[in-house]
Write a protein that binds this ligand. Structure first.
Ligand SMILES: Nc1nc2c([nH]c(=O)n2[C@H]2C[C@H](O)[C@@H](COP(=O)(O)OP(=O)(O)OP(=O)(O)O)O2)c(=O)[nH]1
Length: 148
């Protein structure tokens, strides 16, 4: 059995301010459309933490500190690559929000999240991110979701 495989590495970050608001991004017009948290692709050889700091900076204008890994998501792509999302959260940041071409960003109350048109399966990702018990969002070969 091969001990290597094809993977696509990405990240996503939940940013919370002192009043408990969270920063959402509306991915209208992109693949996987809808409201999510900011994030993107990890570059070849890049540190995972540096990558999430960079993506958040590019997509929101904020400089985050001390992002904490709070879960992973994975599924197998049509090209049989393992698509991995490293999920982080932080409440430490500086700067003012600025939207990018990746989507509009805005602060919302956590309790209002479900009133937005969320990206497919994002609600379950959020469940993993805020849970102290869950750390994995896994699609099996029958596209069934398992939260572990
Ligand atoms: N395309 C896609 N992205 C997903 C899925 N699930 C999921 O969490 N994501 C997240 C991971 C990343 O945060 C982000 C990747 O989105 P993207 O493919 O538009 O990448 P991007 O343009 O933001 O990144 P980049 O190329 O600028 O680095 O979406 C999914 O099913 N499909």
């Amino acid at each position: 059995m091969s001990r290597s495989e094809k993977v696509i590495l990405t990240n996503m970050c939940m940013i919370e301010d002192d009043s408990g608001k969270i920063l959402i991004q509306n991915r209208a017009g992109k693949s996987w459309p809808g409201v999510t948290f900011p994030g993107g692709h990890i570059e070849y050889g890049e540190s995972f933490v540096d990558a999430v700091v960079r993506e958040v900076q590019e997509e929101t204008g904020l400089t985050i500190r001390n992002p904490q890994l709070c879960g992973t998501k994975q599924f197998q792509t049509r090209n049989d690559e393992r698509y991995i999302v490293l999920m982080y959260k932080t409440n430490e940041f500086s700067g003012e929000i600025q939207s990018s071409s990746e989507g509009e960003v805005s602060w919302i109350n956590q309790s209002d999240l479900n009133s937005y048109t969320l990206a497919n399966d994002f609600e379950s990702m959020y469940e993993v991110m805020i849970s102290n018990r869950l750390s994995e969002f896994y699609y099996d070969r029958n596209s069934k979701v398992h939260l572990k």
